[in-house]
Design a protein around this ligand. Structure first.
Ligand SMILES: *Cc1c(COP(=O)(O)O)cnc(C)c1O
Length: 367
């Protein structure tokens, strides 16, 4: 198996700048003109950028832009980040399909389970995914977290002893400076009932240069720290992304992946298998694959649940068990696993199951 290829870097850009995450943040693509340096936008893309400018922000890192196919509007990288007019035609979509606002005991803390929370520490990412669950808050000043609001969330966690697992998400927690992240993780680590710290971040995919040795030293100080990232397509598995994951793993941070099942991007068994097998070659464990939510502007990404179930059924028995993520539908009341019914019920003292090769197996198992 060949090693992953590096992302193409335009000749005009100094390699030291290219690998500098702050340079990448400053040089992000934010309009049709800047996008034109990477590809020739179609009329649909151009119109979508104009008409969506106010509603769903459009931002891409140069690194991620370099992975886009300039000639193919159907490119699975391009479709994740470049606006399309289809986003304007989704009457059923909701702004907050998981009803997160109603589940917030304090601003930007989402509590669905008794023992763990999603803590949206900011509302900024390196780039904005077109299918973002939290696009209602991205880049909107009212959703930004001021220092005082972060303190209020920390105070709520301190006085809520049931919380043993804190998932930092956003936005994206790795957009914070090392110092700010060190402070926040330190405050959480000092709370006796908080056992686990988790980061939900797409930066290993969209801006892998953010994962510096200095960042890893910060994370190491606050173990146990777990991290889930978000690769959706095998073309995202570059040498740079592999290096970012390798650094995290060397710092003792287990790295998992949460993808979203997206129509025309990763909704066929061969693409999903290539993604998952590529991830485990990088020692990244596929954790969840989410059914796309009933979220405004994303009807063109949604796949029927039956198709998703059939896709993951097709992987069972055909690749390493730990390469197969759990396919889940997130709901306002928690995540629900969606799976082919391998369990076929009971017949007297036997239980019946379907095997991956399509037989029915009878297993003695008296009540
Ligand atoms: C996904 C999620 C979690 C974490 O769930 P796990 O199944 O433990 O990974 C916690 N809180 C909220 C609100 C979530 O959406």
């Amino acid at each position: 198996m060949s090693a992953p290829a590096a992302a193409p870097r335009p000749d005009a850009i100094d390699p030291a700048d290219w690998r500098d995450w702050r340079w990448q943040m400053q040089q992000r693509v934010r309009d049709a003109e800047a996008l034109g340096a990477w590809l020739r936008p179609t009329d649909d893309e151009r119109r979508a950028i104009e008409r969506l400018a106010e509603r769903f922000h459009f931002v891409i890192t140069p690194y991620y832009a370099s992975l886009m196919d300039p000639d193919d509007p159907g490119c699975p990288i391009r479709r994740q980040v470049v606006p399309a007019c289809a986003e304007l035609a989704d009457p059923a979509g909701l702004a907050d399909p998981l009803d997160e606002v109603a589940h917030s005991p304090v601003k930007n803390v989402v509590r669905v389970y008794p023992d763990r929370i999603a803590f949206c520490v900011n509302n900024e990412c390196a780039l904005y995914c077109r299918f973002c669950l939290r696009k209602r808050m991205l880049g909107e000043p009212e959703w930004a977290m001021k220092k005082r609001e972060l303190e209020e969330a920390l105070a709520w966690i301190r006085r809520t002893p049931e919380i043993r697992d804190v998932l930092l998400t956003g936005g994206d927690p790795l957009v914070f400076s090392d110092d700010k992240l060190d402070w926040l993780l330190g405050e959480l680590r000092a709370i006796p009932h908080v056992e686990l710290l988790r980061l939900g971040t797409r930066l290993p995919v969209t801006l892998p240069f953010r994962v510096t040795d200095e960042l890893c030293r910060v994370l190491e100080r606050h173990h146990p720290v777990w991290l889930n990232t978000h690769f959706n397509h095998p073309r995202e598995l570059t040498a740079e992304a592999a290096e970012a994951c390798e650094r995290l793993l060397r710092a003792g941070v287990p790295v998992g992946n949460q993808s979203v099942l997206l129509a025309g991007i990763n909704d066929d068994p061969e693409t999903m298998r290539a993604l998952c097998e590529g991830l485990v070659r990088m020692r990244v464990r596929p954790y969840y694959c989410y059914q796309a939510q009933l979220l405004e502007g994303t009807a063109h990404f949604r796949v029927p649940v039956e198709q998703g179930i059939a896709l993951f059924k097709a992987l069972r028995g055909r690749t390493s068990g730990f390469a197969i993520p759990q396919y889940v539908l997130d709901t306002p009341h928690g995540k629900v696993p969606l799976a082919h019914p391998w369990w076929r019920g009971r017949d007297g003292d036997d239980v019946l199951v379907e095997t991956p090769d399509g037989r029915v197996w009878r297993e003695p198992n008296p009540l």
